[in-house]
Write a protein that binds this ligand. Structure first.
Ligand SMILES: NC(=O)c1ccc[n+]([C@@H]2O[C@H](COP(=O)([O-])OP(=O)(O)OC[C@H]3O[C@@H](n4cnc5c(N)ncnc54)[C@H](OP(=O)(O)O)[C@@H]3O)[C@@H](O)[C@H]2O)c1
Length: 216
């Protein structure tokens, strides 16, 4: 799930947070978080933003409590070596933190309840599912989205189209991404969010219906 400009950027030309989404985007982001057992976040997004998104909406927190789920989904940082500055406010946010690392960290990264290997996406996602995280949302950024798309592990795209033109090179899918395929995505939902923003949810291929949010 990403907030994107009308020209498909997710960050300003100089990088960093674009503060793209307004109140409507915040709501649909929290709805997706409320659906999720865990959320993947690219290490660079964490380094740039310092924190991850939390659910604040009282109705969504109540909904998760009724379902016997923790208030927040597990925040799963994704990194090659797990080098994340321990002073990031992320490490003080009220949620459970896990780490997926592709390589062999020099030392055990601190601040994470679990550190799991990322040999490839099918194995990593299967392991998360075995540990109870079956519904996994992706908070970006672009390189993480690209990696999952290239492994054909994105079932759904949730894009909030925001009324800005950013220019620059930070497209939500980096140039050169392979594996995006030619088959069209299927529109699952469109919602006007106010503030001239539009939510677009697309599912993979022609047959599936994407993750079922009705039980969330
Ligand atoms: N508009 C939005 O909704 C939105 C959402 C999120 C982010 N953003 C923006 O996106 C930008 C950051 O995006 P980005 O593309 O530069 O970085 P990113 O995708 O957030 O993070 C890239 C890093 O994630 C790790 N990573 C990604 N895929 C991996 C894989 N398959 N295996 C191992 N590690 C992997 C690596 O971490 P290591 O470097 O530790 O190896 C990699 O350098 C920021 O400007 C942020 O503001 C916007």
């Amino acid at each position: 799930m990403l907030a994107v400009s009308l020209d498909g950027r997710l960050a300003p030309p100089e990088g960093g947070a674009a503060q793209l989404g307004g109140r409507g985007d915040r709501r649909v982001l929290e709805e997706a978080l409320a659906w999720a057992d865990g959320c993947l976040i690219g290490a660079e997004t964490l380094r740039r933003h310092g924190t991850t998104c939390l659910i604040h909406a009282p109705d969504l927190l109540e909904q998760r409590a009724r379902q016997g789920r923790p208030p927040q989904p597990v925040a799963i940082a994704v990194s090659r070596l797990g080098c994340l500055p321990p002073e990031l406010p992320f490490f003080r946010q009220p949620l459970e933190r896990w780490l997926l690392v592709a390589g062999q960290p020099a030392e055990s990264p601190l601040g994470f309840l679990r550190t799991l290997p990322l040999p490839n996406w099918p194995e990593a996602l299967a392991q998360l599912a075995r540990l109870g995280l079956e519904r996994v949302a992706v908070l970006g950024g672009a390189r993480l989205a690209r990696s999952l798309l290239e492994a054909d592990r994105l079932d759904e795209l949730q894009l909030t189209l925001c009324p800005r033109l950013l220019g620059g090179t930070h497209l939500w899918l980096p140039p050169g991404a392979t594996g995006a395929g030619v088959s069209p995505w299927r529109l699952l939902e469109q919602r006007t969010l106010g503030g001239d923003e539009v939510l677009l949810r697309y599912g993979r291929g022609s047959g599936g219906s994407g993750p079922d949010r009705s039980s969330s």
